[in-house]
Ligand binder design. Structure first.
Ligand SMILES: [Zn+2]
Length: 263
């Protein structure tokens, strides 16, 4: 398989890795043809670090947000103010990751919905895309998207079936898929990936340091190859389309990278 140029990884957590590891990862990604990475924040501090990395590494763009798993640790109004301040930096091209995940130990669902609602409103006001994390709360997420629409949003690490994909597509969302699309046990997802309109598809690795997990942004090449096989298209076609989709999603701020270079 020849190297595929101009791939992009629409969802990584570079700030979670030590600085010297990040430099190597970005370098290896570039060598594999992955030239555009969207690194998303988990908390205000994580978003701040993500912005710093975007300033440091050409090809790395930043999203600022508070992940629903971190929401119970913050005062929502202050967090939103901090996110808005970060989002006014040129290197911040999206809000994220934000979303809904319902679990007893996390912020109560009404608080999560209120925060996501405020983020969707902020995204509309600042003309920013949104990187969405939704686990076990798709009906509520779709409801909020309809309420605030049209919003430029991507549902990250999508693992649903064709029916759920259709509902998000109808809401105007992009769907980003990662390594689960490579695994036979995710047959409903693989079916959805095979049928999705190509202009709504994104690729990601969700790279994040976890014991035993070696995933890094260059692996988006493997995801690309799996998606190409599922769809009966060339990996080059998938790479080109998904990178164009990411640029389209991110809009005008992504037209240049952290160093002011054009894509
Ligand atoms: Zn994530």
């Amino acid at each position: 398989m020849p190297e595929v140029a101009r791939l992009s990884d629409s969802h990584v957590h570079l700030d979670r890795f030590p600085g010297e590891v990040v430099a190597g990862m970005v370098e290896r990604a570039r060598a594999a043809g992955v030239g555009l990475l969207l690194s998303v924040g988990l908390s205000v501090e994580s978003s701040r670090q993500t912005l710093a990395l975007a300033r440091q590494h050409p090809g790395v763009l930043a999203a600022a947000g508070v992940h629903p798993r971190w929401l119970h640790e913050v005062e929502p109004r202050l967090a939103l103010e901090a996110i808005e301040a970060l989002a006014r930096s040129a290197e911040v091209v999206a809000l994220g990751e934000v979303g809904l995940e319902y679990a007893p130990e996390l912020a109560p669902p009404p608080a999560q919905r209120a925060f996501l609602s405020a983020c969707l409103e902020l995204a509309r006001r600042l003309d920013l895309a949104v990187s969405l994390h939704v686990v076990g709360a798709h009906a509520d997420a779709l409801h909020l998207l309809a309420e605030h629409g049209p919003v430029r949003a991507v549902v990250h690490y999508f693992v649903g079936d064709t029916a759920l994909a259709g509902r998000y597509l109808q809401a105007g969302c992009f769907l980003s898929v990662g390594k689960p699309a490579m695994r036979p046990e995710h047959e409903p997802l693989r079916q959805a990936v095979a049928e999705l309109p190509l202009d709504r598809l994104l690729l990601e690795t969700d790279s994040y340091p976890l014991p035993g997990r070696t995933t890094e942004p260059r692996d988006v090449l493997q995801v690309c190859q799996a998606v190409a096989e599922l769809r009966g298209q060339s990996a080059e076609a998938i790479a080109q389309a998904t990178t164009a989709n990411l640029q389209h999603l991110l809009g005008r701020r992504a037209a240049r990278d952290a160093q002011g270079r054009c894509w």
